[in-house]
Write a protein that binds this ligand. Structure first.
Ligand code: C2O
Length: 615
């Protein structure tokens, strides 16, 4: 199994249970300055009747376009046809996504929200144009690692004072300074809500750029944080300043970091530069985060919620993240249209803990779950950058696990993709994915934290379920399904497996993967469904902690320019799951899809299990 060699990765706990009991009874450690007791609560604060956010966002169902009219490529992409074999494109033919040179071509965002009525934040997300001319190619300054990002639950008072001072200075910059807090927040909206177009062959802007739902997710956000951090450091004249990370993958970090919700008796929240009013009041510390959040309160006991979180992390970092495409997201290159072609495929972390934490922090009483619960507004909450620092840390940890298949994409279309940012000197620069694959050359690191989820493979509830054989004749077989299929209720389909009784070596060289393709959903809505394999009828699995749980598909609202329906795809690793439940001899498995949020008009267009070679 994995070897844990990366400097950023602390050795895993011997067992999860010992770690849990240790951390739960432990004082918040390491820093003398921080003496408050480590407190957790798994009950959301004051359960008042919350309006259903879905009905607020999208009162009337929209008509779904005919699935047949979708680009055929989309189907291939999702199924893995193009990914199965690694395509090395020679540079001359590479067509990476390229943000335009001319930022004055930026247009107002369309978040599917009426700017006048509902939007709490502006949709005019374009940056100021400070000078004519193309952005400069950014060259990473040479030098050792000077910035070490601390875990937010362990920062010292001295660090916190610095962090606040930097944020205060950023907030004090005039709104038209590209380094101001507002401009930094708007970067997210611009790159996510259709403000930028890809450069066309004739140099004219074309199809929109979307940095979510594909392999651009990790590198884009890494660069975004890189400049945000360097700007903060510059403002306080400390080049070693590093932003904190919200360590939600470890029990000691599973609440909103205390610094974000200071004691109002001691500090006026309005004067606190890291405070934000638009957060869900039911989820403030010491409530434990639900990183498999369905949009409604789970009400699980504390220890169970922690177990669910660790199990979800294990799925998203190990059993489902078997290869670059599953982890990073699907191929997306110039000419691909995120609207009509759809989003190729969403990576495990993006679809999982990333989306759940956004939704969980966003205020469910705001019309669009501002700030964190909607992409157009997420950057306005300082917690966004701290959340994304941990997402970014997951990229580094995933590569350092020492598992076959855990490497960056090697395709030129990924390596050469580029974005445009203002740096800490207000210089417009172009940055490339290929320059951000490792954090050390970028001058930063993460303070080590344990990764207790790495040993959190689920304990089987039942072995040898033979559910597939027992259900034959009672449930629909995948070959008899008339796709596209609605998933507005629980759907159970029997799916054939490509090979049985594979050897250990065969299993290491090729992973068995369930592809759910052509997931067609309303992008203005929070959408989530869970997938279970060989689940029991009488006692169905309900959480990520159960061995039949294969994973989830989730999407934050993030509308594209005009179409509300978007297509995506998801993958679920079955190799370990079938080992766990001892169903490796069965020739078919029963796939159960459980809609959790916003699925009443969601459809899927294919489902199949294939072996995918791992290199
Ligand atoms: Cu660009 Cu967490 O999203």
């Amino acid at each position: 199994m994995a070897s844990f060699t990366s400097a950023a990765v602390a050795p895993p706990a011997t067992t999860t249970t010992t770690l849990l009991s240790k951390t739960l009874s432990h004082r918040s450690n390491t820093n003398a300055n921080q003496t408050h007791r480590f407190k957790l609560s798994c009950n959301a604060h004051n359960h008042k009747t919350l309006k259903n956010p879905q009905t607020l966002i999208n009162p009337t169902p929209k008509t779904s376009p005919d699935i047949q009219t979708l680009d055929r490529r989309n189907l291939l992409l999702g199924i893995g046809g193009l990914y199965g074999a690694t395509n090395y494109l020679p540079s001359a033919f590479a067509t990476p996504i390229t943000a335009p040179d001319n930022i004055s071509d930026c247009i107002a965002a369309n978040a599917g929200i009426s700017d006048k009525k509902d939007a709490a934040r502006t949709l005019a997300c374009c940056p100021p144009v400070l000078s004519e001319g193309a952005p400069k190619r950014f060259v990473l300054p040479k030098g050792p690692v000077t910035r070490v990002r601390p875990a937010a639950q362990r920062v010292t008072d001295e660090y916190l004072a610095k962090y606040k001072e930097a944020l205060r200075k950023m907030r004090d910059l005039p709104d038209d300074d590209p380094r101001s807090f507002k401009q930094q927040a708007m970067i997210h909206c611009a790159y996510c809500n259709g403000s930028y177009r890809q450069k066309g062959e004739d140099g004219k802007p074309r199809k929109e750029i979307q940095i979510h739902n594909s392999w651009l997710f990790f590198p884009f956000h890494r660069w975004y944080l890189y400049f945000y951090e360097r700007i903060l450091g510059k403002l306080i004249d400390d080049p070693s300043f590093a932003i904190p990370y919200w360590n939600w993958d470890s029990p000691t970090g599973m609440t909103i970091p205390a610094m974000f919700e200071p004691d109002p008796a001691k500090e006026n929240p309005r004067r606190n530069p890291i405070f934000n009013a638009y957060r869900d009041a039911n989820h403030l510390p010491p409530v434990v985060v639900d990183i498999d959040y369905n949009g409604t309160e789970r009400g699980a006991p504390c220890i169970d919620q922690i177990g669910i979180n660790l199990a979800a992390m294990y799925k998203q970092m190990i059993s489902n993240a078997t290869d670059p495409i599953s982890f990073f997201g699907g191929m997306y290159k110039a000419g691909d249209d995120p609207i009509n072609m759809g989003s190729p495929l969403i990576g495990t972390i993006e679809s999982g803990c990333h989306t759940a934490v956004h939704r969980w922090v966003g205020n469910s009483r705001m019309p669009n779950n501002e700030d964190m619960g909607n992409f157009y507004s997420a950057g306005y909450d300082p917690i966004f950058y701290v959340h994304h620092a941990n997402v970014d840390r997951m990229w580094k940890i995933w590569k350092g696990l020492g598992i076959k298949g855990h490497h960056d994409p090697t395709d030129e279309d990924w390596l050469e993709a580029s974005y445009v940012f203002y740096d800490e000197n207000k210089q417009l620069v172009r940055v490339y994915n290929k320059d951000c694959v490792d954090t050390e050359p970028m001058g930063y690191e993460y303070e080590a934290s344990r990764i207790p989820w790495s040993r959190n493979r689920p304990i089987p509830r039942t072995k040898k379920p033979k559910i597939a054989a027992r259900s034959a004749g009672r449930v629909i077989k995948v070959e008899d399904v008339k796709f596209p299929m609605k998933i507005d209720r629980i759907v159970k389909v029997l799916v054939k497996r490509p090979a049985l009784k594979r050897s250990k070596e065969e299993k290491e060289n090729a992973k068995e993967i369930l592809f759910i393709d052509g997931i067609h959903f309303d992008s203005e809505r929070f959408v989530k469904f869970d997938v279970y394999v060989d689940d029991k009828d009488d006692e169905p699995a309900t959480t990520a902690a159960e061995s039949e749980f294969a994973g989830s598909f989730a999407q934050l609202p993030h509308n594209h320019t005009d179409k509300m329906f978007v297509t995506s795809a998801a993958r679920f690793g079955l190799t370990e799951l079938l080992e766990d439940i001892e169903a490796e001899d069965d020739d078919s498995v029963l796939v159960t899809i459980v809609p959790r949020a916003g699925c009443h008009d969601t459809i899927i267009s294919n489902m199949k299990i294939e072996l995918m070679p791992i290199d």
